[in-house]
Design a protein around this ligand. Structure first.
Ligand code: SF4
Length: 539
């Protein structure tokens, strides 16, 4: 694959050199042709979103590959117009579109191989979710009468059916030993494949097939399990080989920049203010009420700390300030809001000298005049939390007992608290947050939670049927933005941050000192410190 610059015209970017006769692919050969870096990035992000949808569904408690699971998956594909639906259409209709979608499938899979071959943990995550996706697509294509036979033939997937004699001899055993077969009539017209039991471990583990002499007798209805096992084994081997070849790519800075930390890429909406033009507004008098009904736990915690101590440390001010900005608090209102709290501990003059600059900076009115983006869940979850800090994700950074107590105070049922703490113990912090959202809003949330402002918007949609409307302006339009997102694959990488985490709530209320690092800095000096801070945290 070759990579072109951004200015190459779209029509020339992807050369469809290969024909894709089947809707499914085994990804045996890498793609060829030219692709621009922008398209490379777009394709990779689209596939990452698809795999994250698979992950979210798996964590939602539904049975994997069940009808409900499949329907939700394909509804999501349709909603976001992912390439998969086009790729599974017949080539006879809109051939160019179908070929382009299949090519997108092919190329994006290989890009993610590059991004996910680097560590054992990344490889495990990628193999698990690609295999689930493949399995779902195999089932979907089989149901739609797609060219499964061609796919099997063209990928040398031969499973030998047992002979009529063997079928006769084993008939009774097959009937008794096979899941979902309970009568003679269900044996009619059925084919069984005899494979080494290691190729059907999933079925053996769940005692769904008859075993004899080290062989498993797999009915044709479970062909998908055999094919998926081959897919998984091939992919595992291919990733190991890609990892060995990776050093050859390291000279290409353009690619390395795109692939670095790709697994942590934030794939949700963009809540930066400039992008949206007009937006809905919230005002200071609405904040306490909104914090109770619609703010995620992380922001509610910051608001509670601010209300009780009338102070937030640097990280908390930035996190909460940017959140409120994206939620629709104007600069004038932000100034009023922060001043009204801070001046309970200090005089107005001191506030104006030491903190007002910081607030204007958040709104792009000082320093480089950058419109800083509010932090995503991933960024908040990965943050290092020190003594006295109130920012961070309560699901990640708060001690389990304290979290239980806090949820109890918020009238969350004991059963839901148990579920949330269970998710927390498995490091599924965003899923725990989603569960909290669901129990406090009494409805389900299909999209998951990946950003505090998304939490807020989803809450407002439920409560008012839309985002909050005061002063008649519209909420910012949303767009995918480069940032980071926590996923279960990041468990290890968050360990370091975890060791620094503290029981924030108690500490933050105990520590009301106003001698923060930035409270001593002014103007030019502050510019560079803040810009440096923002650049490292926004990257
Ligand atoms: Fe906030 Fe995200 Fe944690 Fe929820 S998961 S509390 S929104 S950081």
């Amino acid at each position: 694959m070759e990579f072109g610059g951004r200015r190459v015209k779209r029509s020339r970017r992807v050369e469809v050199e290969t024909s894709y006769p089947c809707s499914l692919q085994f990804y045996s050969n890498p793609p060829s042709g030219n692709i621009s870096l922008m398209e490379f990035d777009e394709m990779a992000v689209e596939r990452l979103k698809i795999l994250r949808t698979v992950e979210r569904l798996n964590l939602s408690g539904q049975v994997k590959s069940s009808d409900e699971w499949m329907n939700k998956l394909y509804d999501d594909f349709a909603k976001h117009k992912y390439f998969i639906l086009n790729a599974e259409k017949s080539l006879e209709k809109k051939r160019d579109d179908v070929e382009a979608a299949r090519r997108r499938d092919h190329v994006s899979h290989f890009i993610l191989r590059l991004a996910y071959c680097r560590t054992e943990e990344l490889r495990r995550w990628f193999i698990a979710h690609e295999s689930d996706l493949f399995r779902a697509r195999f089932i979907h294509c089989s149901r739609n009468g797609s060219d499964i036979k061609n796919f099997m033939l063209s990928n040398n997937l031969h499973f030998t059916p047992i002979s009529a004699e063997e079928m006769q001899i084993e008939r009774e055993n097959l009937m008794n030993g096979t899941y979902n077969i309970s009568g003679v009539d269900q044996m009619e017209g059925r084919t069984f494949f005899k494979v080494p039991f290691t190729e059907a471990l999933e079925l053996v583990r769940s005692r769904k097939v008859y075993l004899k002499g080290g062989f498993a007798y797999v009915p044709d209805t479970d062909l998908v399990t055999l094919v998926t096992t081959c897919f998984r084994a091939n992919l595992s081997q291919a990733l190991a080989m890609t990892n060995r070849a990776l050093p050859e790519l390291e000279d290409d800075e353009r690619l390395m920049r795109l692939l670095q930390d790709f697994d942590k890429r934030y794939t949700g909406n963009d809540y930066s203010q400039k992008k949206g033009g007009e937006k809905h507004r919230i005002t200071p008098d609405m904040i306490d009420q909104l914090a109770t009904t619609s703010f995620p736990l992380c922001m509610r915690q910051l608001n509670d700390t601010l209300r009780t101590t009338h102070h937030l440390r640097h990280g908390g001010r930035i996190t909460y300030g940017l959140f409120l900005k994206a939620a629709g608090l104007s600069l004038e209102d932000a100034m009023y809001f922060w001043r009204s709290h801070f001046t309970k501990n200090m005089d107005v003059d001191k506030f104006d000298k030491q903190y007002a600059y910081n607030i204007r900076f958040n709104y792009g009115k000082e320093g480089k005049r950058t419109d800083y983006t509010p932090y995503s869940c991933m960024k908040i979850i990965m943050a290092s939390i020190g003594p006295g800090d109130a920012h961070g994700c309560p699901f990640k950074h708060t001690d389990a007992q304290m979290l239980r107590q806090r949820l109890s105070n918020f009238k969350v049922s004991q059963q839901a608290i148990g579920e949330i703490l269970d998710l927390v113990s498995k490091s599924h912090y965003q899923i725990a947050c989603q569960r909290y959202w669901e129990v406090t809003h009494n409805t389900t949330l299909e999209t998951g939670i990946n950003h505090p402002n998304q939490y807020f918007e989803e809450s407002q949609k439920v409560i008012h049927g839309t985002a909050p409307q005061s002063q008649g302006k519209k909420m910012s339009q949303v767009k995918t933005n480069r940032s980071v997102m926590y996923s279960s694959q990041s468990t290890q990488s968050t360990q370091a941050a975890s060791t620094q985490s503290t029981q924030m709530s108690t500490q933050s209320t105990q520590n009301t000192s106003t001698s923060d690092m930035d409270s001593m800095l002014f103007d030019d000096e502050m510019d560079s410190v803040l810009e440096q801070y923002m650049e490292t945290t926004q990257a």
